[in-house]
Write a protein of this length. Structure first.
Length: 434
């Protein structure tokens, strides 16, 4: 949320927080199901609001507006457009799909105690299918660009649709929607399992465009991968994500591709533009003290890493990508996730000279014995140097580095963890040294 603009719409991440808190209440079988059920019913109200209020045309393409990415677009997304049009948002649509999958997971947890929740699981499953079909359509309505291999917002004006080809975090949010449904687990829920199998067999018009993959190459796999981004699209998006001349920084994933440094996005009438700005923003949108046009932001990086592990849990050795792009160095997605984790950690770790990138050129933090070990959790970080920017007390999302480093330590102890327990859905990789 930007300052006191309480009417700005933000991503529906309450469901994610609820699920994380629930899993922290105890070991499996001893967690607080009453807490989860109470939150679930409130979340259903919020989900209904998104469906009824932010899908204006009823086509499962959403226009949330602000969504926490203050100045990432060529327009102020929290205000009506001067041209009278509207924006079909790739991130808004992907966030609602994300919402669906979290609610599906919560429904199945609650269904272990009360099978009535299986009906809710089917509801969220079918919503997810419809959204994925809409965002990936090739008939000009969807938000996927096959040629560029990326998701873009679309501007709708006077019955005309135009993709706004900005390589930004907006087009990476679809990576966050990823869940593996193991067949042995689904069989615990006979109603949900029966309806899911029927849907896959009888609604080919919807299921054909998404990753309901019932088998791997040369090896049967009865599990289902629910994801916006199927294998072919994932490989194309990762070519951008892991390109050091685009999103991949020495310190994580940038919020805007460096490609736009030399080739900024400019509207046809030349009234607005978006260029790569890795530090402070020249255009004083939202006060100028926030910037989503190049810097590294921890919450988005964390979700990218988490979901790369989920993809790897499904694909395993059958999917390897170049990291960095063009290097010829092929990695499993779990290894890519670890590489990104190490790059994030490098923001805070001292180099051979004792300098921590997060401190920038400050000699006081480098040399003063009373300051050199003090680490501030900045709001965001320079897209090229890793220097801390924005608010210096962002102990909320930037504190995710503690989680990241905890798992990095686990990797050194668990030399060959295969992420066999997908229930937590993240951070169970094979060891990779940086």
């Amino acid at each position: 949320m930007f300052l006191f603009a309480f009417d700005d719409v933000n991503p529906p991440v309450h469901c994610y927080a609820v699920l994380k808190v629930y899993k922290a209440t105890g070991p499996k079988g001893k967690r607080d199901l009453v807490f989860l059920a109470r939150c679930f019913h409130k979340l259903v109200l919020n989900f209904t609001w998104w469906i009824n209020r932010k899908d204006i045309d009823g086509k499962n393409i959403f226009s949330g507006g602000f969504l926490g990415l203050d100045n990432i677009g060529v327009f102020d997304r929290s205000k009506p457009l001067d041209c009278g049009g509207k924006i079909a948002q790739a991130d808004a649509t992907a966030w609602v799909a994300f919402f669906c999958l979290i609610m599906l997971e919560i429904s199945l947890i609650l269904a272990k105690r009360d099978h009535v929740y299986e009906d809710m699981a089917s509801k969220f499953f079918e919503h997810f299918v419809a959204i994925v079909d809409a965002i990936n359509k090739k008939d000009g309505i969807g938000l996927w660009d096959e040629k560029d291999g990326f998701y873009y917002d679309h501007l709708h004006t006077n019955n005309h649709t135009c993709p706004m080809k900005i390589l930004s975090m907006v087009g990476l949010v679809p990576l966050f929607s990823c869940m593996v449904l193991r067949e042995d687990n689904m069989k615990q829920f006979p109603g949900f399992y029966k309806r899911t199998k029927w849907f896959l067999e009888n609604r080919k018009d919807l299921s054909k465009t998404i990753s309901f993959m019932c088998g791997r190459e040369k090896k049967p796999n009865p599990n289902l991968l629910l994801a916006i981004v199927n294998k072919e699209k994932l490989q194309k998006v990762l070519q951008h994500l892991l390109n050091e001349n685009e999103f991949l920084s020495p310190y994580g994933i940038r919020s805007l591709s460096k490609h736009h440094k030399e080739q900024p996005f400019v509207l046809d009438d030349n009234t607005a533009r978006v260029g790569y700005e890795p530090e402070s923003l020249k255009v004083k949108l939202f006060g100028g003290n926030s910037n989503w046009r190049g810097p590294i932001w921890f919450p988005m990086n964390y979700l990218i890493i988490e979901n790369l592990f989920r993809y790897d849990y499904y694909y395993g050795e059958s999917l390897k990508v170049e990291c960095p792009t063009g290097s010829g160095n092929l990695m499993r997605l779990s290894d890519v996730a670890k590489e990104l984790s190490h790059r994030l950690a490098d923001i805070f770790l001292p180099d051979l000279t004792g300098h921590r990138p997060c401190h920038g050129p400050s000699e006081k933090y480098d040399k003063d014995p009373y300051f050199k070990d003090l680490i501030l959790f900045y709001e965001f970080f320079h897209g090229d140097t890793g220097r801390g920017c924005g608010a210096s007390h962002q102990t909320g999302w930037t504190a995710l580095i503690a989680n990241t480093m905890k798992y990095m330590h686990k990797w050194t102890l668990e030399n060959d963890s295969d992420m066999s327990d997908n229930e937590e859905g993240s951070f169970r990789p094979r060891l990779h040294t940086h």
